[in-house]
Design a protein around this ligand. Structure first.
Ligand SMILES: [Zn+2]
Length: 354
């Protein structure tokens, strides 16, 4: 007789292996933290487990990875609706972000992570930008760890941006911000792969050229990954043209900023040339379809990015521009937005979306 910790039986299994093998009636065996076998058919006599879950009529996937959210925004659902990005930021996310406490960040993290887990996520990438008090980050991480979710905590920075409405309390020199990233990496270093610390510029209008360079030097010397909101709206290129005489992606490319350690979030306004630059340098994209519709930002060129060989993932974005952290809903939108805006029902198929 074989005895295991957990068996999930009678499931329709999406294995997500290289061939996208699907087992329409099968069972999965788990021992400790390891999936020990994925099998076709019914559980044979003599194979038992401490816990048996009957998944009859249900589909079983590997855990989803939500590659972009802002946890504190789970307390801001519905606030700031019907505005485009900058107005929405200045009416909703930024003013509230100034006043939330570490304890509130912890509660928001618990709520966000439970919503994510309920919709199939086992990993959440938190893009954290309320940087006025280091204890806020600790509160957020504590709340994520309370739920057992695997997390990527992206401690971003802003070294300018008051003229666009960035609260002065968030702004600090990039080298000071990297000291805080170092502190987090040191304090949470023993979490194995359950918690990773990344960094990144928050948005283009809150980052100086010197700030990009300082962060890039740090990330290259310490082998740290980074993410940034990029080309979510036309503001990024407008602002960069005004200050630096270049669009944001070519400017970052010239600086050596586009690397395989970078996750570009949104990328709604990428041109064919910019998609090629992403592909050539191994930059990944986090596609946030619900948020892009909510804020009237537009449809990201995801088919084109995939065809160019760019690695594309899906994020929910913060709940203040989504009203939920329901990942299944974002997967659905991810396909529908691409189909609808191009009038091509096969633009992205279900297996490709998954
Ligand atoms: Zn975001």
């Amino acid at each position: 007789m074989a005895h295991h910790d957990l068996i999930i039986k009678n499931a329709d299994i999406c294995t997500m292996d290289a061939n996208m093998t699907r087992i329409q009636h099968g069972y999965v065996v788990v021992d400790g933290e390891t999936i020990t076998s994925v099998n076709e058919g019914s559980v044979p006599a003599g194979v038992e487990a401490d816990t048996v879950i009957d998944a009859e009529g249900q589909v079983l996937f590997p855990g989803f990875i939500d590659t972009h959210t802002h946890i504190f925004q789970s307390f801001l659902k519905g606030l700031g609706a019907d505005h485009r990005l900058i107005e929405w930021l200045n009416r909703s996310a930024l003013p509230y972000g100034k006043y939330m406490t570490p304890y509130q960040h912890r509660l928001a993290a618990q709520l966000t992570c439970m919503e994510a887990i309920k919709s199939g996520c086992t990993t959440l990438c938190e893009f954290f930008y309320t940087d006025q008090d280091p204890e806020l980050a600790d509160g957020c991480i504590a709340g994520m760890e309370d739920t057992g979710i695997r997390s990527v905590f992206i401690r971003t920075f802003q070294d300018c941006g008051e003229d666009y409405g960035m609260p002065a309390c968030f702004i600090q020199p990039a080298d000071k911000a990297m000291e805080e990233v170092s502190r987090l990496r040191h304090d949470y270093a023993d979490r194995s792969d359950m918690l990773s610390i990344w960094t990144g510029p928050d948005v283009t209008w809150s980052t100086t050229k010197e700030g990009y360079r300082t962060m890039l030097d740090y990330c290259k010397s310490e082998n740290v990954r980074y993410a940034m909101h990029i080309d979510e709206t036309e503001v990024d290129d407008d602002m960069c043209q005004k200050h630096y005489g270049q669009d944001i992606v070519p400017m970052l490319d010239d600086m050596g900023f586009l690397t395989d350690h970078m996750l570009g979030v949104h990328c709604v306004n990428l041109t064919p040339d910019e998609i090629k630059r992403f592909a050539d340098n191994g930059v990944s994209i986090s596609y946030n379809p619900v948020s892009n519709m909510y804020l009237g930002s537009g449809a990201a060129p995801i088919r084109e990015a995939l065809d160019a060989g760019v690695n594309v993932s899906i994020g929910t974005d913060g709940a203040a521009s989504n009203n939920t952290t329901n990942y299944l809903e974002s997967i659905k939108f991810a396909a529908l937005v691409q189909k609808g805006f191009t009038r091509d029902a096969a633009r992205i198929t279900a297996p490709q979306t998954i």
